[in-house]
Design a binder for this molecule. Sequence first.
Ligand code: AP5
Ligand code: ZN
Length: 208
Amino acid sequence: PRMLILGAPGAGKGTQSAKITDEFDIDHVTTGDALRANKEMDISDMDTEYDTPREYMDQGELVPDAVVNAIVDEALSQADGFVLDGYPRNLEQADELEDMTDLDLALYLDVSEEELVHRLTGRRLDPETGDIYHVEYNPPEDPEVEDRLEQREDDTEETVKERLRVFRENTEPVIEHYEDEGSLERVDGEQAPEDVWEDVKKTIEDAA
Ligand code: AP5
Ligand code: ZN
């Protein structure tokens, strides 16, 4: 499939994308991971307010469209099937995406705001594998893994608040856009990860 996974910060996009790419053998194209890997990239020639993605990300703001559009365009040109995670985040990006590719579906993980805050503040990442954990919901079994877990720099309470505000202001209109277009599939993302996965898998199979 060629699909989007949409959802607020902490909704489980990364967690479910890992399962999707395994099951359907497609690429995981994620603007968040791509930007984190290039945080110090010099973007000053693109007429941006700040010189690197870091300043935007550490404050929970969107990195300028020109930077992100170029990343996605490049990644999609090399992908056959893909799950696109973290893009589009505003209506301008949705417009841009329409010129890049056709989509089979846009899947939205629906999660309440209270739960999102809890998930983000408890998230931990394995820097060696990129695996996503949660101190309470999904702790690692291996104590060696537990010792090396890290917290994402933008998972502080203050930045989380701003990311959620940016989501409501910029990204909720994108979800409405796909809903109006009739291509949006909603999944209850508040369930346990295995139950979310069951619904996600079924939704993708039904769309094929
Ligand atoms: P990005 O990396 O995309 O962050 P995000 O959208 O805020 O989403 P997250 O990665 O925080 O959450 P997720 O939905 O992947 O949840 P996860 O599976 O990890 O973007 C970061 C920044 O980059 C942006 O703020 C912006 O600055 C920039 N950026 C990125 N894309 C951009 C774009 N297109 N334009 C401009 N700027 C852009 O799960 C979260 C936690 O919950 C984990 O601990 C997990 O274990 C746990 N969990 C997952 N599912 C469940 C469940 N069902 N039950 C219980 N716990 C669960
Ligand atoms: Zn993510």
